[in-house]
Ligand binder design. Structure first.
Ligand code: SF4
Length: 448
């Protein structure tokens, strides 16, 4: 069966909050946001030059159109985007700030000397950073770094024994991130901080570091230097010779302040990405046929007159059918769906034979509890009855998991052909991860 027209997300790259939050936990796309106001993190124009930040560099890597818009904003050609009221992002930002504060607390408790740089005047902050380096503090928190047109606030400078211009010590950069996987943008940011730091202390640090909930991660600067230089050159060229770009959706849209602006433009243009199931590869292909909007895709003559260069004709015919449903919905302002003719080995035919012992299961979770979040509700429907298990902490979560798995095994023994039906891939992978980690978790929790 085709997707129902009213199931179509407003933008398939723009995830709903639940999926967005789960993604944070599974793949770690989230990162700790700086607690500086957004306006102070992006490019600025002075009377003589453009000032660039580490965020400009990582943003450019994620989306060239964001650079184009930021540049236009800095030049006052366009207004600031409307406030993007996304509670997930606000919660994520707060979580990042808490994580950073918690880490600085740990550093202080470890007995190391810590200098905290005040965030008022940036020139004063640079002077304070330099003074703290000269005095040899073990940790410098919120270090202000500036070099030519570049600037930024490194979360931490960590003292190391390598001699620098002050005496027999120097510093390396450490940033805190919520993501369990280090993103390329984070590496670019700490590479830039390290380069600016080198100028201040008279020697290039050897390593740069990321602290995330999974621990500290260390990266050799030289290993990333070529990529960093390339990205920096790329951004500078774009600033120097800006070219009009189009807001083709990218994963960064999920956390981008320009989303309302870009989404409005895509809506006005009837962008092909609004067709459910249409990916970048298919968009590229149909554009070669002169199909540039959802409406044109809906009007395609079937069977296709074109042999696709990539992908098979059937895929494009399905997408055209999908576009037609969505277009029709738009015209009559009512959700539209069609039941496809039954076809063996397709759709519902692919479902296994039902069993009296089938289970319908879902989790509810909060990713902002503790370091890794919590699945606070395990709910399932079995033989016309609903069951639930609630967890308020790690111990209860583990107990709920064990109880759920015991229940599943008991039911499975009654009918090995039973299935568990669940909302998405998340439930399956989370259960597998948990089962794999259960022994370790048990050890940790017992030790607490
Ligand atoms: S919303 Fe998406 S397309 Fe627009 S600037 Fe941001 S990342 Fe780029």
């Amino acid at each position: 069966m085709l997707w129902r027209a009213d199931d179509i997300p407003r933008n398939k790259f723009h995830l709903n909050n639940e999926v967005f939050l789960k993604r944070i936990l599974i793949s770690g796309i989230a990162h700790a946001f700086s607690n500086l106001p957004v306006s102070s993190r992006h490019m600025k124009i002075t009377a003589t030059t453009i000032l660039l930040s580490a965020s400009d560099l990582s943003t450019h890597m994620s989306c060239k159109h964001a650079t184009f818009l930021n540049l236009q904003l800095a030049r006052k050609i366009i207004p600031s985007p409307p406030v993007y009221d996304n509670p997930s992002l606000v919660a994520l930002q707060q979580r990042g700030e808490e994580f950073e504060k918690d880490y600085i607390k740990q550093l202080k408790e470890s007995g190391r000397t810590v200098a905290e740089i005040s965030r008022g005047d940036t020139k004063e902050a640079v002077a304070q950073t330099l003074e703290a380096m000269k005095q040899g503090f073990d940790i410098i928190y919120q270090a202000r770094l500036e070099q030519d047109i570049w600037n930024g606030w490194a979360d931490f400078l960590i003292k190391v024994e390598k001699p620098g211009k002050f005496r027999n010590w120097s510093y390396e950069v450490m940033d805190t991130k919520l993501s369990k996987e280090t993103r390329a943008g984070a590496i670019l940011q700490i590479s830039l901080y390290s380069e600016m730091l080198a100028q201040l202390q008279g020697c290039m640090p050897e390593y740069m570091h990321i602290k995330n909930p999974a621990g500290e991660h260390h990266y050799r600067i030289d290993d990333f230097a070529a990529h960093y230089r390339l990205m920096k050159k790329n951004l500078l060229q774009t600033i120097d010779q800006p070219r009009e770009t189009y807001p083709d959706p990218v994963p960064h849209c999920d956390i981008c302040k320009w989303w309302p602006v870009c989404n409005k433009r895509r809506r006005e243009d009837d962008h092909l990405s609004f067709i459910a199931g249409m990916g970048n590869m298919q968009i590229k292909e149909v554009k070669k046929w002169g199909v540039t909007t959802l409406e044109l895709m809906a009007d395609l003559t079937l069977p296709l007159a074109h042999k696709p260069g990539k992908g098979n004709a059937q895929t494009f015919e399905k997408l055209s059918h999908q576009a037609r449903l969505q277009h029709q919905w738009r015209k009559i302002n009512r959700p539209v769906f069609e039941i496809l003719p039954l076809q063996e080995d397709l759709g519902f035919y692919k479902l296994p034979e039902p069993s009296d012992h089938d289970i319908f299961f879902d989790f509810e979770g909060d990713p902002y509890v503790g370091d890794t979040g919590i699945e606070y509700l395990f709910g399932w429907y079995y033989r016309d009855e609903y069951y639930d298990l609630w967890a308020h902490n790690d111990v209860e979560e583990l107990q709920a998991l064990e109880k759920f798995m015991d229940t599943v095994m008991d039911i499975w023994k009654q009918d090995e052909k039973m299935h568990i039906y669940h909302f998405g891939a998340y439930e399956q992978s989370a259960l597998k991860d948990w089962s794999a980690n259960m022994q370790q978790e048990k050890k940790n929790l017992t030790a607490c």
